[in-house]
Design a protein around this ligand. Sequence first.
Ligand code: SF4
Ligand code: SF4
Length: 200
Amino acid sequence: MNNEYLTQLRKIKSVSMATVDHHGIPQVRIIDVMLVEGNNLYFCTSRGKAFYKQLIENKWVSILGMTENYQTIRFTGKPVHLRDHIKWINKIFEHNPVMNDVYPGESRYILEPFCLSEGTIEYFDLSTSPITRKEMILGNVELVKNGFKITETCKACGICFKKCPQQCIEAGTPYHIVQEHCLHCGLCKEVCPVKAIRNR
Ligand code: SF4
Ligand code: SF4
């Protein structure tokens, strides 16, 4: 069964994909998600493009797509350059016949296939109230946690609870952030009088 978030990225199809160039400068462009199978997302690019060079040299990519209902899905990881390139390019063209208009005949083999199957997926939905955020990992990678947590030094004054724009802080000892609804805005950290709120 295909991963639900990757399936949504395939449905969106044209997503933004960011890399970093050899100067350390971010570069972003629109790329088509060509195929999704299980936890594998496939895309391709031609060997002459700066994008290809960045994929080979720096490895990391971050994909971001938005559904028609304003839900965003980000997939960050290191894609694998697939070795059997003729087989994979033929398969990609089979699933995306429109590619024949751009790369007719044998010219398709200037393209190189890549597969992204390990990394972090972040799902963010601004249309719900409160907002919805989910994180998951694919493969053998560590989840990089963003956002904030309330530590044991909390004095239970309730200031963060009152200021939080999403009302996603629960009272307790210590107070607690419901991560699934947190904007990561940082307001709670700024207003805490005893600096009990830290980055995760
Ligand atoms: S503002 Fe700081 S001390 Fe007060 S409840 Fe929040 S975390 Fe605890
Ligand atoms: S980061 Fe913002 S949304 Fe999240 S708990 Fe703190 S104030 Fe609320």
